[in-house]
Ligand binder design. Structure first.
Ligand code: HEC
Ligand code: HEC
Ligand code: HEC
Ligand code: HEC
Length: 434
């Protein structure tokens, strides 16, 4: 976990989720050729050192990406000592030639889709997110060509929050094509965790939300970005819980779908086992399914439709119980949950998260935390990111900065996280906000 310093952009909740029917193909899945970062990087294109005032966009995107964005170093990482050790333990010859690593650490498209300027060593380059530029490279520079027209030519709709979240999650959580399994984790890969609004700020963004951007593209508040990101993350998890990683006839199903810390952070002598949100009806010793995102989705559902929220709680509890029963039950409950989360995703688009909704979300998170809903590490980690971004959204950053910093410090290291101290700080935060 990392703390962040937010770039405070005053954002209206003016929001249009252009709800296209069916998700667009991800950049690595579509048929267009990727021409390579070099094609975008010239100083008269996206490689301007300073933000250019004469154009709608800043044109310094390449400079920000290459100097400050970890994605530019994602391939280099595969040459590091850590990656070599991971590869050796997995029995791979090299990390930087292994498909399993390249699929997330580079734009690992098939050879026939690589243009002349394409280089795998560019890591997660422009087209890994914006899509193969073969059909829009010439036209997207026209002053008249709109974002929508570019999308028709194969540009990935990054401006749409739902599609953006799906893009990030394809690598930051994984999907049927690529997944950081427990084998990879066991070999030493860092645990993956994601929250769209926070990670967007950390990347850092190479787009400026100004008057002109507002005219061209939909924008969203931190809270709404968080909400769509959480829903997309829960959807990703619920899909994996219905797939071969659960059903495979091995002794254990894929352990990366379960709560890492339930196995890794407990001592057999502490004897402080307790229930938390969604596990109120499970038996001691059940391995909990990782449901950090699902818990955030329940908090979001309270602002959209109480009936949906109640149903989500009931099924989320059933999911944890299923973990102690049998795999087909996990699949069945995940299936039911996914259809409800999909409905929520749809309904959320029409709902304004104004100040009173944000306040309710904030106090729900704090009060639930005080009652022990997030006594586990992944719950706490998600709750802290959510609490911070909503506080920033509500302009209450200054009066609560000390407690927020303290919460971040507590979740910095998962091995030293202490649930009782976390509750104590939440109480102080609540007092500071009043
Ligand atoms: C093609 C895969 C891929 C996609 C798509 C992707 N990422 Fe990443 N991201 C990575 C990899 C791999 C790393 C680790 C890079 C490294 O340090 O080697 C990373 C690192 C990051 C980091 C730095 C994390 C840290 O520990 O400092 C942030 C922030 C981030 N990504 C945000 C995003 C956001 C936001 C999106 C969506 C807009 C996104 N990523 C889309 C693969 C991807
Ligand atoms: C499902 C996508 C995915 C796969 C598969 C994957 N990684 Fe990663 N990897 C990531 C992301 C995302 C991050 C950044 C995590 C973060 O900071 O939040 C990362 C981070 C790392 C880091 C830490 C980088 C740093 O900056 O500290 C190393 C090392 C690494 N990966 C090596 C590998 C190797 C070696 C393989 C192949 C065995 C591999 N990864 C496979 C997505 C993936
Ligand atoms: C990890 C994913 C990711 C990578 C890598 C990436 N972008 Fe972006 N980019 C985004 C997202 C998300 C947005 C914001 C949504 C939008 O405006 O479409 C964006 C926005 C933009 C914009 C629009 C700014 C505006 O005002 O409309 C430009 C131009 C751009 N990126 C260029 C680049 C270039 C050039 C590169 C490579 C040097 C690059 N991007 C790499 C995700 C990425
Ligand atoms: C059901 C229990 C269980 C779950 C859940 C689980 N693990 Fe593990 N993990 C294990 C076991 C067992 C080992 C192997 C220990 C051994 O070799 O002695 C292991 C090994 C590891 C190791 C290597 C540790 C070492 O000592 O070198 C890492 C790292 C790791 N797991 C990370 C994770 C992450 C990250 C998650 C969640 C995404 C996770 N684990 C989920 C049981 C679990």
């Amino acid at each position: 976990m990392f703390s962040k310093s937010y770039i405070l952009i005053g954002v209206l909740s003016l929001f249009l989720v252009a709800s296209v029917s069916g998700a667009p193909l991800l950049p690595y899945q579509s048929s267009e050729k990727h021409l390579g970062v070099a094609t975008c990087a010239s100083s008269v294109c996206h490689g301007s050192i300073q933000a250019n005032e004469n154009y709608k966009i800043a044109l310094n995107e390449y400079v920000i990406w290459s100097q400050r964005d970890r994605h530019a170093k994602a391939y280099e990482t595969l040459l590091s000592k850590d990656s070599k050790a991971i590869a050796a333990k997995l029995g791979l010859r090299n990390a930087h030639t292994a498909k399993i690593c390249l699929d997330c650490h580079a734009d690992n498209i098939p050879k026939e889709k690589r243009g002349k300027g394409f280089q795998l060593t560019d890591g997660v380059g422009c087209e890994a997110c914006h899509g193969g530029s073969e059909n829009w490279i010439d036209t997207h520079t026209n002053k008249e060509s709109s974002h929508l027209e570019n999308i028709k030519q194969g540009m990935y709709p990054t401006a749409n929050l739902v599609d953006r979240a799906a893009l990030c999650l394809s690598c930051h959580y994984g999907n049927d094509d690529k997944f950081a399994t427990h084998q990879i984790m066991g070999a030493g890969h860092p645990r993956l965790s994601f929250e769209l609004d926070t990670f967007q700020a950390l990347q850092p963004p190479h787009f400026q939300i100004d008057e002109d951007y507002r005219k061209r593209k939909p924008i969203a508040s931190h809270a709404k970005t968080w909400a769509f990101g959480q829903i997309a993350a829960a959807q990703s998890q619920l899909r994996m819980l219905q797939g071969p990683l659960i059903s495979q006839p091995l002794v254990f199903p894929e352990l990366a779908l379960f709560d890492c810390h339930s196995c890794h952070n407990n001592s057999m002598h502490k004897l402080d086992w307790q229930r938390r949100m969604n596990s109120v009806r499970i038996k001691p010793g059940t391995v909990p399914i990782a449901d950090g995102h699902l818990r955030m989705v329940i908090v979001i559902a309270h602002q959209v439709d109480r009936k949906i929220a109640r149903k989500l709680i009931e099924l989320s509890e059933a999911l944890q119980i299923a973990s102690g029963e049998n795999r087909s039950r996990i699949v069945a409950v995940s299936h039911q949950l996914l259809s409800i989360v999909e409905k929520l995703n749809h309904d959320l688009a029409a709902i304004e998260l104004g100040n009173s909704e944000k306040e309710q979300i904030l106090y729900n998170l704090i009060n639930m935390g005080i009652e022990g809903a997030f006594r586990d590490y992944i719950g706490a980690e998600q709750a802290v990111m959510a609490i911070e971004l909503i506080i920033i959204d509500m302009n209450k950053n200054e009066q609560s900065r000390r407690q927020i910093d303290d919460l971040y410090k507590q979740v910095e290291n998962d091995e030293t996280y202490q649930p009782a101290r976390f509750v104590d700080t939440l109480q102080k935060l609540k007092a500071a906000l009043n």
